[in-house]
Design a protein around this ligand. Sequence first.
Ligand code: PLP
Length: 257
Amino acid sequence: MSPPVVLTIAGSDSGGGAGIQADLKTIEAGGAFGTSAITSVTAQNTQGVRGSHLLPIEDIEAQIDAVLEDFDVAAVKTGMLATADVIETVVDYADRLPNLVVDPVMVAASGDRLLEPDAEEVYEELIAESTLVTPNADEAAVLTGINPKNEGEAREVGEQLVELGSDAALVKGGHIPIPEVTDVLVTADDVTTIRHPRVETNATHGSGCTLSSAVATRLAHGDDLTAAVESGVDLLSRAIRYNLDVGGGPGAVHHTV
Ligand code: PLP
């Protein structure tokens, strides 16, 4: 048996809800083989981030090299990249990163920053290389200057990101204050709207990581982009609805539903 291999380039979350830990659980639950390059080691739990230690660039490169030289990687996702230097390092590898899903992680659900402010503009370079970029409304506002409050504005965000060079943008509706969650997938020639009921829960830690990993996993299995996104959104809805109660804080999404 040889499952497709997915690489996650992201930060470690000691609390297990987000980051590399969420990615690997999601990838394995999706029937692929998960590999990783850790950018930063965070000390955190369900209540917040206590500290963060960035790895030297050469150690991040060494991990990516070790994976790429040994495995036939079918899809890649990026999560917490922490600094402009790390983003630029990933851009340098872009030609060798197939089915690249970029989750432009900036701030944790607890409000803690996971990206240095001067790195925000460098994200454009990585988005230009991506198969899919998956911003929430806050990240969309930083990346495009539009803070989407409705479906039309989410579509405008997606169009701007596709103009930057991404094959597609999934503008996530979880942070947009309308009753039904509306995610908007924009490609160069199509717009797909995915609606699902809002689930009242605070256990959303790891939702962005889980969604982007689920989509990368489906791309690795050979799904086309729209099918992979629909499958990822469906998985995340179930993962949030599970209302996983772990730790003393708001909990986390379930990664293996
Ligand atoms: N990556 C790491 C290492 C994190 O700690 C977090 C949030 O705490 C994230 C990514 C983003 O998490 P989410 O999936 O909730 O957007």
